[in-house]
Design a protein around this ligand. Structure first.
Ligand code: AVJ
Length: 332
């Protein structure tokens, strides 16, 4: 089901997702909204409006992770590339791929050709970043994959090149412990002894700072959160009224995660015609729309160990807000 849009060699995009997305949205919405408490997977935030809102979030004064990660990449990107010597960069969920330059620039300092493989569920994100980067870099072959990196990681064609897999932005924090472990194990199967994995994670810190980052005063995160209901409305013929729900994000210090919710402002029922079902809400009842886990160096080490990976290095910003961790396969 792959359909390369350009097979000329230097720029190629394979699409594995088009038909699958609607089926998985239908399945996940039915499961999530019939569960107690109700929940929805965060990956459906990112339609074009949601991706736009997320870009706005990254510029909010309260939302520090993107700036902190960028500063770490600016400071240590060349050092990481120097240490790993990658010939190929596989990026999981690059979104706009604005941060990727800090790795691609030093990679392309050397002689040989290099390859960049962005994998994202958003076809427009893959197409835009592929176009932009192919115009910017001469010596870079780009092979975009429109897919779900939980399912399509093994579709990245393997050649002999040394590989760096980058999973930036703290997205791994949107998975629960079981999902993280299976994700990391899957990544592990794609790593040869000299290949490396680079992961961005938000770090545990005081509640005020964490909660402010997910409850911004301009209300952009609230709009981003409610937008998931628009995604369901347009794809599954549903009649959710986003303005009937209140955004709330709270830090759960037992689980060390920010839990983001949509609370019904009053008791009401919504219909999802595409699923032939109705969903009733009690006054104040919530849908959990995202968890965003926060880590420590110790917890990162345990995460990796549980997936057959070894933590090799941790890079952080001066305030220790965010971390980039470098891991390789355990040889044992
Ligand atoms: C950057 C996708 C990991 O958990 O911080 C931002 C998304 N959600 N504000 C995060 C997000 C609410 C986010 N990721």
């Amino acid at each position: 089901m792959s359909s390369p849009t350009d097979t000329s060699g230097e720029l190629r995009i394979d699409v594995y997702l088009r038909d699958g997305t609607l089926a998985s949205l239908a399945h996940d919405v039915r499961e999530g909204l019939t569960a107690t408490p109700k929940s929805l997977p965060p990956k459906y935030f990112y339609d074009s409006r949601g991706s736009e809102l997320f870009e706005q979030i990254t510029e909010l004064p309260e939302y520090y992770p993107t700036r902190a990660e960028q500063s770490i990449l600016d400071e240590f990107g060349a050092e990481i590339v120097d240490q790993v010597q990658p010939e190929e960069l596989v990026e999981l969920g690059p979104g706009s791929a604005r941060k990727t330059h800090a790795l691609l620039d030093p990679m392309l300092d050397g002689p040989g050709p290099r390859r960049y493989v962005p994998i994202d569920v958003s076809e427009s994100a893959v197409a835009e970043c592929a176009d932009r980067l192919s115009a910017e870099y001469d010596n870079l072959a780009i092979h975009g994959i429109v897919g779900d990196f939980e399912r399509h990681l093994d579709r990245v064609p393997r050649n002999g090149d040394r590989r760096l897999i980058a999973f930036l932005g703290g997205t791994i924090g949107n998975f629960d412990a079981g999902e993280r472990r299976s994700m990391l194990r899957k990544v592990r199967t794609q790593l040869r002894p000299d290949d490396r994995l680079l992961v961005g994670t938000d770090l545990v810190k005081d509640r005020e700072r964490l909660e402010a980052a997910y409850n911004d005063s301009a209300g952009v995160t609230a709009a981003f959160n409610r937008n998931v209901l628009n995604v369901i409305n347009s794809n599954l013929e549903a009649d959710f009224e986003p303005e009937r729900f209140h955004h709330r994000a709270v830090y759960d210090d037992e689980h060390r995660w920010i839990e983001t919710r949509l609370h019904a402002g009053e008791a009401h029922t919504a219909a999802i015609r595409g699923l032939d079902m109705e969903v009733s809400f009690a006054d104040g009842e919530y849908i959990r729309t995202e968890i965003s886990c926060k880590f420590t160096e110790d917890s990162l080490e345990r995460e990796y160990a549980g997936a057959g990976l070894e933590l090799l290095d941790v890079y952080t910003d001066p305030e220790r807000l965010f971390a980039l961790s470098l891991a390789g396969p355990c040889d044992g």
